[in-house]
Design a protein around this ligand. Structure first.
Ligand code: HEC
Ligand code: HEC
Length: 257
């Protein structure tokens, strides 16, 4: 981790996480008690305690995203009962992988209220993942299609010319044709459609991505989209074109404001 990354980490994760942790304590007085047809397993029961400590304030007593805190958020917490996840590495209609959920807990979703739980012990995070899965029986049935629902990370390979001036220039052109309507000409999330959308388009000049720290994470968003949000998938563009876009986004992130 370079000095710059460390500073960014502190600025963009640690302070917001600390703030949110405080906020959480204000809202976490009510314990979660979902209506269920089945008893919880021992791991799910352990996860329920973790949930009541760290998550209930925003995600709601019943895991449906209805909480006092959520009323103040532009990015609304998901409804765990429908098990439709935005931030995952599997295609539309698929469940996220456990790695996807663990990744969200460790990294958080910067630029949204969802904090990082990097410092919470792994076993507690595994338990809370089991608990949020217990809200929907989609998980019991498993992936609807094992072949189609594999994580796209398996296939992603960063090209050697990633970030080259040529690829950035190409990315800029493809961006102008496909992305400005929502993300704006400069990538600041202020395109003409922005105010009509239920979720604000991401400011792509912000130096940290919600999807994750690596260019592969941004490539994944372009490949599978963000299910249930206005952000479409761009799998109709060639891999080279998607890498050109990721190069351009990395350039916008480093350029700063
Ligand atoms: C301060 C509020 C807050 C706290 C605390 C919080 N979350 Fe979140 N969480 C959110 C919001 C808001 C989103 C939606 C962000 C978005 O997609 O734009 C979210 C998103 C998520 C997602 C991703 C959903 C998707 O669509 O992919 C998961 C999984 C999640 N939270 C789990 C948890 C767990 C587990 C905890 C407790 C350990 C927790 N969250 C604590 C606010 C919070
Ligand atoms: C119809 C509007 C729309 C279009 C067109 C669109 N986006 Fe998005 N995009 C969004 C919205 C809204 C979000 C935030 C979604 C959320 O938080 O759930 C988003 C999120 C993203 C993210 C995730 C950011 C992060 O921090 O991880 C990336 C990357 C992205 N868009 C890139 C692009 C690129 C590149 C294009 C063009 C090829 C594009 N988008 C076209 C609406 C759009």
């Amino acid at each position: 981790m370079g000095e710059n990354t460390a500073v960014k980490w502190i600025l963009f994760f640690f302070f917001p996480a600390l703030f949110i942790y405080g906020l959480l304590h204000v809202y976490s007085s009510k314990p979660a008690q979902a209506k269920r047809t089945k008893d919880l397993t021992a791991q799910e029961e352990a996860g329920r305690k973790v949930y009541n400590k760290f998550c209930v304030g925003c995600h709601g007593v019943n895991g449906d995203g209805q909480s006092e805190a959520a009323k103040f958020f532009k990015d609304k917490p998901p409804n765990f009962h429908t098990a439709v996840f935005r931030w995952k590495s599997t295609p539309e209609g698929c469940l996220p992988t456990d790695e996807d959920l663990m990744h969200i807990l460790n990294w958080g979703l910067p630029q949204t209220p969802m904090p990082s739980f990097k410092l919470v012990p792994e076993v507690q995070k595994r338990a809370v993942i089991a608990y949020i899965k217990s809200f929907s029986d989609r998980w019991e049935k498993g992936q609807p299609d094992h072949e189609k629902c594999q994580s796209v990370y398996r296939k992603i390979k960063r090209p050697v010319n990633f970030g080259s001036p040529e690829l950035i220039a190409k990315g800029k052109e493809i961006y102008a044709q496909n992305c400005t309507a929502c993300h704006g000409e400069q990538g600041r999330g202020d395109g003409p459609l922005a105010s009509t959308l239920p979720v604000p388009p991401t400011d792509l000049t912000y130096p940290v991505r919600a999807a994750g720290p690596n260019p592969e994470d941004t490539f994944r968003v372009l490949t599978v989209g963000l299910e249930g949000s206005p952000m479409p998938k761009f799998d109709f563009l060639s891999e080279e074109d998607r890498w050109a876009l990721v190069s351009y986004i990395a350039y916008l992130m480093n350029k700063g404001k």
